[in-house]
Design a protein around this ligand. Structure first.
Ligand code: PHE
Length: 350
């Protein structure tokens, strides 16, 4: 019977008291919500006879008023004592943790690379990201109109001063950190022993495997009697420090305009240990850097006597190395700033 139900619910409402905003909200949903008891009672009311309606209509409206008044009254009293309740609250609840930032994985790996080369006596140097043609290409022995310039799809910057002006100077976002080698050699005197980390840009469609910007660490060692054996030993030491002593290396002949001879260095896949996986395309080897003996033309372009001095250079992508260390399969993650990705790299701050 509708009337009995109303009487029962009224008792419940009279007896109810809310200790927290949550409990009060539960009360509101139960009685006053869109799928609540009062809604149901009104539905049921539609089914009673006209005669009953006359009596019950009044009863039901009063019941509704009771629920609303109770709700408002509890809401008022909660918000009056609320501030003290909320701050003192339940002292057994865990506190709100202090969110600490995390190092970006690329920064962590860059720091690690720098630390290893520091132990070998390498300094750290930097150069500009907006470069002229000389430092990015010409001084590095890329002949004008030579197809080698197309090896790296370049973002050129237009310097034209107005209509009709083609812009006399060619300026671009650097395509590699090798430009910093040139700046360093032009400005100083040998010996040089430095690594040069920095961001580089290439006109590539963005995908899991390519991005329009990424990070490199360049290395340069110029002195008297520097040989390819020095290059190999330096890079071998670096790999063992970074990836562990059981990591193997191999050098494959390659071509860069600014080194002669040139090579690419592979390491045994750190993920499958050579057994074959997606990362090494089932070859067991992953390329991590390009290197070679600095071409005498480059030394001369920078005002260094190539009869007296020799040197080696290398350049590696930090993203590639980070992928190998942390098994990251999508380059885009490095620049999306997704906190769920970045949070995973919480370590001791170095
Ligand atoms: N600059 C080359 C690249 O970006 C890498 C490299 C650096 C190769 C130094 C040889 C020596 O691919």
């Amino acid at each position: 019977m509708l009337q009995d139900k109303i009487a029962q619910y009224s008792d419940e409402i009279h007896a109810f008291s809310a200790g927290t905003a949550d409990e009060l909200e539960q009360f509101r949903i139960r009685f006053l919500g869109t799928k609540g008891i009062i809604k149901d009672l009104f539905e049921e009311f539609k089914t009673v006879s006209a005669e009953e309606k006359r009596v019950l209509g009044k009863v039901l409206n009063e019941f509704k008023k009771l629920a609303e008044e109770k709700y408002n009254q509890l809401k008022d009293s909660l918000s009056n004592t609320g501030s003290s309740r909320q701050t003192h609250g339940d002292l057994t609840l865990p506190g709100n943790g202090l969110e600490l930032g995390a190092r970006h994985p690329l920064v962590m790996v860059r720091t690690e690379i720098i630390e290893i080369f520091k132990k070998l006596g390498f300094n750290v140097a930097e150069g500009p990201e907006i470069e002229d043609d000389w430092h990015n290409f010409s001084a590095l022995n890329f002949p004008e109109e030579h197809p080698a310039r197309d090896m790296q799809d370049t973002f050129f910057i237009s310097l034209s001063k107005g209509e009709g002006d083609q812009g006399s100077e060619s300026v671009a976002l650097r395509t590699h950190t090798s430009s910093v080698q040139v700046r360093m050699m032009e400005q100083g005197k040998p010996p040089f022993r430095a690594i040069m980390p920095g961001r580089v840009y290439r006109n590539e469609a963005i995908s899991a495997r390519a991005h329009c910007f990424f990070h490199q660490v360049e290395g340069l060692y110029v002195d008297e009697n520097v040989s390819f054996a020095d290059l190999k030993q330096t890079l071998f030491y670096f790999v063992q420090e970074l990836f562990g002593e059981d990591t193997k290396v191999r050098f494959r002949p390659s071509y860069f305009p600014f080194t002669e001879p040139s090579a690419e260095m592979d390491i045994s896949c750190t993920i499958c240990k050579g057994a074959g996986c997606q990362m090494c395309k089932h070859s067991g080897w992953v390329e991590i850097l390009g290197c070679g003996m600095v071409d005498p033309n480059v030394l001369e372009n920078c005002g260094i006597d190539s009869k007296k001095y020799t040197g080696f250079a290398f350049g590696m992508g930090i993203e590639r190395i980070t992928n190998l260390k942390y098994e990251i399969r999508d380059l885009r993650m490095f620049s999306e700033n997704d906190i769920r990705f970045l949070k995973q790299f919480k370590t001791e701050l170095i």
